[in-house]
Ligand binder design. Structure first.
Ligand code: SAM
Length: 361
């Protein structure tokens, strides 16, 4: 499907309000509750096995309109919310779900005007929440080592914001090498890492963060959680980390049948935060005594002299999961973390669908 040229200032409130305009993505809900997303183009039609709908009937209509197709089927037309959009947009890599993006924005204290570093970009889902939070006067410096994923993310961002967001720069490259070349030491307010091996980036992140700056990492498994927690502690320039997960259960609301839904996303990922200490400061020693056997000695160093209730309940400081510290670097693959990896052919198709008619930047 071809995309019309953006007609609306990117990232502003303009493309979130008012009547439907050419080039916008609109979400249609049919009588069975099924969702269809279309991009409005003059003269174009949306066909199903039961009739078709003219885009021209929607262009200029207010958000929240009901339109009827040639077979008399009614569709509710709404501008997708960011949470709707990220769940239906084309993907290269797995996305951060809205429930976790909300936690990240709040718990990492992403504020308007902030300078935020993010890696990797993947499909750009989290980037959009971060851009929303920092606004047009902040800076989001996103790093992605796969060029095809960076293009997919930029395409998704353009389609949502109606053009290139003014606060967003996407750099293709590994964070560890690209970050020092992009930002001056001690100038970044917040860092958000969603990648397989965030512990590899701790030195680069510590150099970039301002004193008191927040680092938040999103990881899929307890083995990664354990490894990054121990990495933060061993670095010495960060506060004691804290970790958690969030579970969201939707509710079924029908007549007297008001109850939790039968299905839910039982697991997405764990979040772990820490803050940058001022240069030269040593974290105060914790007086709480660790559980016996919870801190093995690796290479003569007692690993993890502190622990957190969240990490404990996730099993992260149990001897079994601490084996993660001994795992060779090349063993941390998406497949090993249980991710369903898309084929190169699928990635090429997603990339083409997002970039074939939009401008390069
Ligand atoms: C799960 S995806 C990120 C998804 C993204 N947060 C979203 O919501 O759409 C992880 C990405 O990190 C990238 N990556 C992993 N390590 C990296 C590094 N050291 N520097 C830059 N990108 C990295 C991978 O190529 C992958 O695209």
């Amino acid at each position: 499907m071809s995309e019309a040229a953006p007609t609306i200032p990117a990232g502003s409130a303009h493309n979130r309000r008012g009547v439907f305009e050419v080039g916008e993505r609109i979400q249609l809900t049919d009588p069975k509750g099924r969702l269809h997303t279309i991009t409005l183009e003059p003269g174009r039609e949306f066909h199903t096995h039961r009739g078709f709908l003219r885009h021209d009937d929607l262009i200029g209509a207010p958000d929240g309109s009901v339109v009827t197709n040639t077979a008399g089927v009614e569709y509710l037309a709404l501008r997708p919310l960011l949470s709707d959009y990220v769940m239906s947009m084309p993907r290269g890599a797995a996305v951060v779900y809205p429930k976790d993006a909300g936690q990240i924005v709040t718990m990492a204290d992403i504020f308007p005007g902030a300078t935020v570093v993010e890696a990797g970009v993947g499909s750009g889902a989290l980037s959009m929440s971060l851009l929303r939070a920092i606004g047009e006067h902040g800076r989001l410096l996103s790093f992605e080592r796969r060029e095809d994923f960076a293009e997919i993310a930029k395409g998704n961002g353009r389609a949502f914001f109606g053009g290139d967001h003014p606060a967003w720069t996407v750099t293709v490259g590994d964070l560890v090498e690209s970050l020092p070349a992009t930002v001056a030491p001690g100038t970044v307010d917040r860092v958000v890492l969603d990648m397989l091996a965030p512990w590899e980036c701790l030195d680069a992140v510590a150099d970039a963060l301002i004193p008191g700056g927040v680092l938040i990492c999103y990881v899929a498994t307890t083995t990664q959680l354990s490894r990054v927690a121990e990495g933060m502690r061993l670095h010495g320039g960060f506060t004691e980390p804290s970790a958690w997960e969030s579970l969201v259960r939707g509710w079924h609301l029908e007549g007297l049948a008001v109850r939790p839904q039968h299905r839910m996303h039982g697991h997405t990922g764990f979040l772990i935060t820490t803050r940058r200490l001022a240069p030269g400061v040593v974290p105060p020693e914790r007086t709480r005594r660790p559980a016996k056997g919870s801190h093995p000695v690796v290479d003569g160093v007692a690993v993890g002299t502190h622990t957190t209730p969240a990490a404990e309940s996730a099993g992260a400081t149990q001897p079994g999961s601490l084996a993660a510290l001994d795992v060779p670097d090349d063993a941390w693959t998406p497949e090993a973390m249980g991710e369903r990896v898309k084929s190169d052919k699928t990635i090429r198709r997603v990339r083409r669908s997002l970039t074939e008619t939009s401008d390069d930047n």
